[in-house]
Design a protein around this ligand. Structure first.
Ligand SMILES: *[C@@H]1O[C@H](CO)[C@@H](O)[C@H](O)[C@H]1NC(C)=O
Ligand SMILES: *[C@@H]1O[C@H](CO)[C@@H](O)[C@H](O)[C@H]1NC(C)=O
Ligand SMILES: *[C@@H]1O[C@H](CO)[C@@H](O)[C@H](O)[C@H]1NC(C)=O
Ligand SMILES: *[C@@H]1O[C@H](CO)[C@@H](O)[C@H](O)[C@H]1NC(C)=O
Length: 956
């Protein structure tokens, strides 16, 4: 600091007048004191500019972050938004159902919405005077009539790595984590923000308008995060995206208040594995860092106390040494953490387990800092009272809906956590962790939370107002209120209805989708889904600490006597499959709930009771079980493919899995004792039953899985088809087919050339002596190639043709993954190749997927519809085992996205007959019982599975 060098000169000057008379001194000091009122502080020995600077600096320590107390949305209307883009047309949205976020998310206004100058100007009934004024100042108003469509605030994704973990993922833009040390509060996510990430446009197309860009979780303190608006800016810079940039980021900011700062911390497995440290080490990392920050803070406070003392003394003429010694204590590395201690940072802490939550909450009390939000936070629902002990108030809890169990600390995650936490009065946020989940489908997380019991108002708030509040920006986003940012989304259905898709998205009043492809949605999706009752399941999730029993009650179906039968009443729709590979509706009353019909399960068969069937099996006395489905449905059990379900329990805990096969192409020799490089591994030899993902899938109507060996390289092995409800491999029918198909991957990401992979395939196809290849060669089993690039698919189509000409055999070829398959839809169709889309809502995660088809509203077609239009046998699968349970939502969503071109029977076929055809698998015909709705909606719940093969009905 300059003052410490120049100070002594002034001391000498004052001290050099000892002979002055008292009244002189009195007169002089009084004058100086008076002048000091006007900012002249040179009497005290430090240059006035420095003095003012230091005083202001000290004073600023007590400024709270957030909007100034005088902040008022109606004042903003006069000025326009700081983000207003000159030239933006005013927009009038007519006849909308506007969910405003007000009244705890219960307010819905039927009316109009006026956007101008980057702000919401008016909501509801808009006066012609106001319209005239806007027209005068802003020119023509763009008017859109929404005919009663739903409108919400733009979605706020509280946990995103957009721009850091970019799409497509490339070595040159991997800026999510520094791996230099566990404690790095001085790093800033904005410094790594890739402005060319393909995800911005996609997230916006899903209605997400603002996201918090968090550094990754490789460090205990990974650095500072920032909120950005996701729209492109004319400046094209990273900084121009930042919402309310803090002073520390934009040096010349002149505002009289401090914007909130944001920071990321992480506990648990991620940082511990990167730094080979234990939880104890992590806790010490935090305490050491906070102690360093506390020391800086205390010396600042002590320094400023001295400044204050001197400033007070300046009124007294006899005070002598009016000089500051030393510099304002500052440390660029710790200043952000000092601001945490000053309560000016919204902390986002990645923390799963009770043990970690406890440590972090003790830390907050030891060093006295508030926690804005706890993220992932899988076990928070088990410890609500602990959360309430956090210093400075209970944090918001940012959750996934159903993404769980991939690592140990996520094993006890529960789909009921949002409901349980909300019941304890704890604010719930749903987040994407983009690209872990595609931010574009953030709303799906809220839909699932609602499905599993979170109140509708809180579910909508969980992706709008609650995250806005947790990030300290609820004075301008997260609500639709006059004076708020004009970030709004118009939806094609109720936002909590499955598949809700934006018709248009406005950010700062600017329409973001240039040419939206609108879907036509059924009327029943325009209202809040009437979700099932999960009270028992939610209570059990807590009681069993995240490991509730998942088996149901078994009712044996009689084989000889017709004495015991199971009868369902109130059945509204029944879907069945026949032996020719077709799914059809036995009845489907797609009307308002009628009483429904009666179905009887007897003697290994399903019987539909007509009116007047009072005798025989339909009559009153014979039943062991009578279950009222309340307008429910019976549908075929679905099949899942694409994940290692049945081979892994906790994917990242090797000791809970079958393990990864050795790939002779990319990893070296397969040991001779195994049989050498031509050995083909069979998934059937590594099966595990009754895993949680498996049983959760089963309980969600997915009764079969086709699972290939877990592989990271070229060669996987033979898949098996299993019954997800079986209890062990020795149970009759547990393994439906022990060798289903042969699986390989061909990818630009394998670390060996694609041409080498193709050469290997050609050799194996022509010359491998192994029995599996012999069967592939003759078309006895399909060859399933995991492939995304259209160029690789083209090469494979050529190879298939070449092979078939030379061998006169037919190669049964299936592409799985197949992100770019639509580019070759015609050729794939003509070659009779099946396609399994393991990402039915695709994302260009890698270069070889970058030419994917985004689907509505960005394109008319989806990959699925493009392939179906060319008569390709298309099926859907999953990549992650946790997602197997969501198969019925995936097929329902695919049908909705097809704009009516995929009927209900065909939608079921996508995860049954089409999939089995693509993989050459056998099927047993299970029936799944849905209560309160159909297989396709967020209103029904699986309450049982009829396994004719096992001769049981399992009732949940
Ligand atoms: C919103 O909810 C809170 C907490 O449950 C309650 O205290 C408050 O009165 C509610 N406000 C409105 C407007 O309903
Ligand atoms: C300084 O602030 C002004 C006004 O906010 C802004 O226009 C200008 O770009 C800023 N300069 C820099 C270097 O950030
Ligand atoms: C490999 O297969 C090709 C084509 O079927 C055949 O012509 C060739 O003789 C085979 N080579 C060996 C070593 O078996
Ligand atoms: C859906 O169908 C409607 C009516 O047939 C049509 O206007 C609209 O363009 C279609 N949208 C898409 C995405 O195909």
């Amino acid at each position: 600091m300059k003052h410490s060098q120049t100070g002594p000169t002034f001391v000498l000057h004052l001290a050099g007048q000892p002979k002055l008379r008292v009244y002189h001194i009195f007169f002089l000091t009084s004058l100086l004191s008076l002048l000091s009122l006007f900012g002249f502080q040179w009497f005290n020995g430090t240059p006035p500019s420095e003095m003012a600077h230091i005083a202001a600096r000290c004073q600023s320590l007590s400024i709270a972050a957030g909007p100034p107390t005088t902040f008022n949305p109606s004042h903003r209307i006069k000025q326009g938004s700081d983000r207003h883009v000159v030239g933006t047309q005013a927009t009038l949205i007519l006849n909308a159902r506007i969910w405003t976020g007000a009244d705890n998310g219960t307010e819905v206004i039927y009316g109009d919405l006026l956007l101008d100058k980057g702000l919401v100007l008016a909501v509801g009934s808009i006066s012609s005077d106001l319209l005239a004024t806007v027209q005068k100042t802003s020119g023509t108003i763009q008017t859109v009539d929404m005919h009663g469509k739903w409108v919400t605030p733009g979605l706020v994704d509280l946990h995103s790595h957009i721009g850091l973990s970019s799409a497509p993922s490339l070595r040159g833009a991997a800026d999510t984590n520094s791996r230099k040390a566990p404690i790095l509060p001085w790093l800033r996510s904005i410094d790594g923000l890739n402005t060319h990430d393909a995800s911005y446009e996609l997230a916006v197309a899903g209605g997400v308008t603002t996201a918090q860009i968090l550094p990754g979780s490789a460090n205990n303190i990974g650095g500072q995060s920032f909120l950005i608006k996701l729209r492109p800016t004319s400046e094209r810079s990273a900084i121009s995206k930042v919402l309310e940039p803090p002073k520390t980021l934009v040096a010349n900011q002149t505002s009289d208040h401090l914007h909130w700062r944001h920071m990321k911390h992480a506990c648990g497995e991620n940082p511990d594995s990167v730094y080979s440290q234990s939880r104890m080490d992590a806790a010490w990392n935090f305490r050491q860092a906070y102690e360093a920050a506390r020391k800086v803070k205390e010396s600042q406070d002590a320094f400023c106390a001295r400044v204050q003392k001197i400033q007070r003394k300046r009124w007294w003429p006899w005070s002598s040494q009016q000089v500051f010694e030393g510099e304002f204590p500052e440390d660029l590395q710790w200043e952000s953490l000092v601001d945490v201690l000053r309560g000016r940072v919204k902390l986002s802490i990645h923390c799963y387990e009770a043990v970690d939550l406890d440590a972090i909450i003790r830390l907050s009390n030891e060093f006295k800092f508030p926690i804005a939000s706890l993220h992932h936070a899988g076990e928070t629902y088990l410890v609500p009272d602990l959360l309430k002990k956090a210093w400075g108030g209970v944090p918001s809890i940012a959750l996934f809906a159903s993404n769980a169990r991939k690592k140990r600390e996520a094993y006890r995650n529960s789909e009921f956590a949002p409901k349980v936490l909300a019941d304890s009065g704890i604010p719930v946020v749903m987040k994407s962790d983009h690209p872990v989940l595609n931010s574009r489908y953030l709303l799906y997380e809220a839909q699932q939370a609602h499905y599993y019991g979170l109140d509708a108002a809180l579910a909508l708030a969980s992706v709008t107002s609650t995250p806005a509040k947790a990030a300290g920006v609820d004075h301008r986003i997260g609500f639709i209120t006059p004076g708020y940012d004009a970030d709004v989304v118009i939806w094609d259905s109720h936002p909590l209805a499955l598949g809700a898709t934006p018709l248009q998205v406005y950010i700062d009043g600017i329409a973001q989708i240039v040419k939206p492809h609108a879907l036509v949605k059924p009327e029943r999706l325009q209202k809040v889904p009437k979700t099932p009752n999960w009270d028992r399941e939610a209570q059990q999730a807590v009681e069993y600490e995240g490991e509730p029993p998942l088996r149901g009650r078994i009712v044996r179906l009689p084989t000889s006597t017709a004495k015991k039968v199971v009868k369902f009443v109130g059945v509204k729709s029944v879907w069945m499959r026949d032996d020719n590979g077709h799914v059809h509706a036995l009845f489907d009353e797609d009307k308002e709930r009628t009483e429904g019909r009666t179905v009887v399960i007897l003697d290994g068969s399903v019987l539909f009771c007509g009116e007047g069937d009072e005798h025989g099996p339909c009559s009153g006395e014979l039943f062991d079980e009578v279950i009222d489905l309340q307008g429910g449905s019976l549908a075929p059990g679905l099949t899942t493919f694409g994940s290692p379900i049945g081979l892994v329990e906790i994917r990242l805990e090797a000791s809970t899995t079958d393990g990864v096969v050795i790939d002779p192409l990319t990893e070296g020799k397969v040991p001779g004792i195994v049989g050498g490089d031509d050995t083909i591994i069979r998934a059937v030899d590594g099966l595990q039953f009754e895993g949680r993902n498996t049983l959760l899938a089963y309980r969600a109507g997915v009764t079969q899985a086709i699972t290939a060996p877990l592989a990271n390289g070229f060669l996987a092995g033979l898949s098996a088809t299993i019954d997800t409800g079986a209890s062990s491999a020795v149970q009759k029918g547990a393994v439906i087919q022990d060798e289903t198909a042969l699986h390989i991957s061909i990818s630009l990401n394998l670390g060996i050339s694609v041409s080498t992979q193709i050469a290997t395939l050609r050799r194996l196809l022509n010359n491998s002596t192994s029995e599996a290849w012999t069967r592939v060669r003759t078309g006895a089993i399909p060859l399933v190639v995991n492939v995304d690039s259209a160029d690789v698919m083209a090469t494979l189509l050529n190879l298939k043709a070449e092979y078939e000409v030379s061998s006169s055999n037919t190669l049964r070829l299936t592409f799985s993954g197949a992100a770019e398959a639509h580019l070759l839809a015609d050729e794939i169709g003509k070659a009779g190749v099946s396609v399994i889309l393991t990402s039915p809502r695709p994302y260009p995660g890698y270069w070889e997927e970058r030419r994917f088809l985004p689907g509505p509203p960005l394109s008319r077609d989806s990959t699925l519809t493009a392939l179906l239009a060319r008569n390709v046998n298309v099926a859907v699968g999953v990549r992650d085992e946790f997602n197997a349970r969501n198969t019925r939502f995936d097929i329902a969503w695919a049908a909705l996205e097809s704009n009516g071109t995929i009927g209900k029977a065909q939608a079921i076929a996508l995860a049954t007959t089409h999939l089995e055809r693509a993989l050459g698998s056998r099927s047993v015909h299970d029936l799944v019982i849905y209560l309160g709705g159909s297989i396709f909606d967020l209103e029904s719940k699986v309450v049982g599975v009829v396994s004719l093969q096992r001769g049981t009905v399992e009732i949940f």
